[in-house]
Design a protein around this ligand. Structure first.
Ligand SMILES: [Zn+2]
Length: 349
């Protein structure tokens, strides 16, 4: 009678063991492994169809889930429920933090605590040092001040184009496009921004002045390095208070935009306060200048980019001083309908 494979193996092992007792245990292990693998293989082979079916079903569910994920679906667009949005924001925070942790943790670990505190304060000092009123600015920007900033489209012809530079959407989920380019113009000294917004900026400052309000421009265009360094300073500050890197990263990303996702880096955002209220704090909203800007900035193409009550969409805390240029037509709609840029994209683009 013909021997099976199993019998052949057992026979060979028995022969080997009888000659050399040393091989007793290695043979036992070898046989157990071999027969184990064979029986698993046979089990799967006899249930093949069933497992292929299960694999396809799982694949189908996984692919349909990822395509229908709230923010990315055509229907839900940029804005969904608060819970869904929070989940996405947390996910993206963690993903970005993990990505950055490798690069930054070494660098952060090398620096002493006392030194980092000082550095952090220095950054605040630098930010506070760059602040110009309209009178300061006009010495350098006479050309822009005389320019006509363009006509406003009438209601019927309002059509928005997603490729319009004024409407570019930049946030945690939408980093600055790699091919985005623009020309910098000088506001005053080393203070720069996209040159196309300077005329409207000056018109706004002049109008505010006529109403007795001296707006002060601070921190317009920031280089990538500057944004990165501001962000890292904030992380260090949180870590000094006892947060882990991940916690510090998440907390920082709610008060400073993640490098690569800041509108300051494309020259379309400005921090604006007044000569009577300098700090970048929520209290600015209650000042005359804060109220004037909230009401009139849209007439000059600017919007309060991170409004109160929209934090779950913008994922940035309320910043009554941070203004973003979007053009007069879009700004007016956003102001009238009380919607932020993400919601505007949802409805109009
Ligand atoms: Zn800002």
């Amino acid at each position: 009678m013909k021997k099976t494979f199993r019998e052949k193996v057992m026979h060979k092992c028995a022969k080997l063991t009888s000659k050399h007792t040393f091989f007793k245990y290695p043979c036992l292990v070898y046989m157990t492994l071999l027969f184990g693998i064979m029986s698993i293989g046979r089990y799967f082979a006899s249930n093949g169809r069933r497992y292929v079916g299960i694999a396809f079903t799982l694949l189908f569910f996984m692919s349909s889930c990822s395509f229908s994920f709230a923010v990315f679906s055509g229907q839900a667009g940029f804005v969904n429920t608060q819970e869904a949005y929070n989940a996405i924001v947390v996910d993206s925070d963690v993903a970005l933090a993990v990505e950055k942790e490798v690069a930054s943790s070494k660098e952060l670990a090398l620096e002493g605590t006392a030194e980092t505190v000082k550095e952090y304060e220095d950054v605040e000092d630098i930010i506070n040092a760059d602040a110009y009123t309209l009178d300061d600015i006009l010495e350098d920007t006479a050309d822009y001040a005389l320019e006509d900033s363009g006509t406003v489209q009438t209601e019927e012809e309002l059509v928005f184009d997603s490729s319009d530079w004024r409407l570019v959407l930049v946030n945690k989920q939408h980093p600055i496009p790699e091919d985005y380019s623009f020309s910098l113009g000088v506001i005053k000294g080393s203070m720069l921004c996209d040159e196309r917004i300077i005329a409207d900026l000056l018109s706004m400052m002049q109008a505010a002045k006529a109403d007795g309000i001296n707006l002060v421009i601070r921190s317009p265009y920031r280089t990538d390095d500057r944004q990165e360094s501001n962000f890292n300073q904030r992380i260090r500050e949180y870590m000094r208070q006892g947060c882990s890197y991940m916690e510090a990263y998440k907390a920082s990303s709610r008060v400073i935009t993640i490098p690569g996702s800041s509108e300051h880096q494309i020259g379309l955002a400005l921090d604006i306060t007044s000569d009577t209220y300098i700090p970048l704090e929520e209290g600015f909203a209650e000042t005359d200048a804060g109220k004037w800007l909230a009401r009139h900035s849209c007439e000059y193409g600017f919007i309060l980019r991170y409004p109160e009550g929209k934090e779950y969409i913008t994922s940035i805390e309320y910043e009554p001083w941070h203004f973003r240029y979007v053009g007069k037509e879009a700004a007016t709609i956003m102001s009238q309908e009380n919607i932020c840029l993400e919601e505007f994209w949802d409805e109009y683009l």
